[in-house]
Design a protein around this ligand. Structure first.
Ligand SMILES: [Zn+2]
Ligand SMILES: [Zn+2]
Length: 143
């Protein structure tokens, strides 16, 4: 048996076997590196647990790919920033109390539903906030 084994294990076959083992081990190590780097980019928490799971060959990588967050952390931060920016613009310009459309600072009526959203100065005809007592443009007193 040992003799047969030695005959089968020619230097060429040994070489091929070593190469295969090296390939499998590098793919395995790369999969661990991939999970650690990808979990950092996606903000998959807790990262230490994902790193541990990725040590399990094949199953760990599969589990991570299935369960990881679907978007990158930087994309989510950008989305949050986008929403915050839009909210800021809305608070700056306001929205229509009736239909919720965005209203610019100098709109007098909502362009979508024709609801009056601001008063108009009787003297200079500029838009005024509903609670202003004096027109800030021409000093006309508003009743
Ligand atoms: Zn409206
Ligand atoms: Zn005025």
């Amino acid at each position: 048996m040992g003799e047969l084994f030695r005959q089968l294990l020619t230097p060429e076959i040994t070489m091929v076997l070593i190469l295969m083992v090296v390939c499998v081990v590098s793919v395995y190590l790369l999969s661990i590196v991939y999970v650690i780097r990808d979990s950092a980019r996606r903000g998959a928490e807790p990262r230490a647990v994902w790193a541990l799971i990725s040590v399990v060959p094949i199953v760990g990588l599969l589990a991570y790919v299935i369960l990881r967050p679907s978007s990158y952390l930087i994309d989510r931060e950008e989305q949050d920033l986008d929403i915050a920016l839009r909210e800021h613009q809305l608070s700056h310009y306001g929205i229509c109390p009736k239909c919720g459309s965005p209203i610019d600072r100098d709109f007098v009526v909502c362009p979508m539903c024709n609801t009056q959203v601001r008063n108009v100065c009787p003297t200079c005809h500029r838009p005024l906030n509903a609670d202003w007592k004096v027109c800030p443009y021409c000093r006309t007193h508003i009743q």
